[in-house]
Design a protein around this ligand. Structure first.
Ligand code: UTP
Length: 289
């Protein structure tokens, strides 16, 4: 069994109810931050972290994701005819970004259930899971940071970040000992605890490195919070049988599946753009707030 993380799973079958009505007939994963769909940011993060093969778990209404990573004959033809080489190269590069396959989760029964759809894809290898609506803006790709911890400890790794105050109760939360700066050995985890019951201020965010023994645990996991099969519950059961680590990511995480988080991410990304940043900054400064 290889110790290398070569495969990544992108659960993208959720209904995106926090972003209605935009997500009624369009995938949340295709919402753009400036001009790039959310899912492309995390696919690029995976590729820049060494991932070779990707499985996207989709559902109905999600075909724009497949089209985005496919060749667009008509568009490419027209761009070439008009001599728009740079745009052509940009569009073609997306189709060549990685080996991508797709499977469907027929019912949105929860993140754990979505990950279970990757059982055949993973075969007997550890694999990464990335949630596209968690966008991590980091110098070293977030998944790369996690793979380094996986390679050192040879155990599953989840991404965490510090969350101040009552907001912690919107997340899965870990109870853990710090074993080296920003690396934690997990003792327990709980999904969406009340503020008073939260075991720490370390929230689980949408990046995981999991081992294939997680699939048996998911299969044995009953519906939990929100009537969904939760990955946190399955991980919690596996935690009784093996070591689990967490890494506090360097970088800024945006919850782009939430309207306010999406707006903040849009502003941050726009300000960083060489072609737009300066004009956009001027515009923001002109607002009398
Ligand atoms: P979220 O809870 O953030 O996404 O799930 P959601 O369910 O699409 O959105 P809201 O909460 O209704 O607004 C986290 C990730 O898990 C995927 C989602 O697509 C998202 O990437 N997911 C969730 C599935 O693939 N299947 C599910 O049944 C549930």
């Amino acid at each position: 069994m290889t110790n290398k993380i070569r495969k990544a799973v992108f659960p993208a079958a959720g209904l995106g109810t926090r972003f209605l009505p935009a997500t009624k007939a369009s995938p949340k994963e295709m919402l753009p931050l400036v001009d790039k769909p959310l899912i492309q940011y995390s696919v690029e993060e995976a590729v820049n972290s060494g991932i070779e093969s990707i499985l996207i778990v989709t559902g109905r209404e999600k075909s724009p994701i497949e089209n985005h990573f496919d060749i667009s004959f008509e568009l490419e033809h027209i761009l070439r005819e008009k001599g728009k080489t740079e745009m052509f190269d940009q569009v073609r590069a997306i189709a060549n970004i990685a080996r991508i396959s797709y499977t469907r989760q027929q019912q949105a029964l929860g993140l754990g259930h979505a990950i279970l759809q990757a059982k055949d894809f993973a075969e007997n290898e550890a694999f990464a899971v990335l949630l596209a609506d968690d966008v991590v803006d980091a110098e070293k790709p977030a998944l790369r940071q996690m793979i380094e911890v996986y390679e050192k400890y040879n155990a599953p790794v989840i991404a965490t970040m510090q969350v101040e105050g009552e907001a912690i109760s919107r997340f899965g939360v870990i109870d853990a000992d710090e074993v080296e700066p920003d690396v934690f050995k997990i003792k327990d985890m709980v999904e969406k605890p009340s503020f008073e019951d939260a075991p720490s201020d370390l929230a689980i965010i949408g990046r995981y490195i999991l081992t294939p023994d997680i699939f048996d645990e998911i299969e044995n996991t009953e519906k939990g919070a929100g009537g969904e099969i939760q990955i946190t519950d399955a991980m919690r059961n596996l935690l009784k049988k093996r070591d689990f680590y967490a890494v506090k990511l360097q970088g800024t995480r945006h919850d782009a599946g939430d309207k306010l988080g999406f707006l903040i991410a849009t502003v941050e990304f726009a300000l960083k753009r060489h072609d737009l940043g300066e004009d956009f900054r001027k515009y923001l400064k002109s607002l009398e707030l």
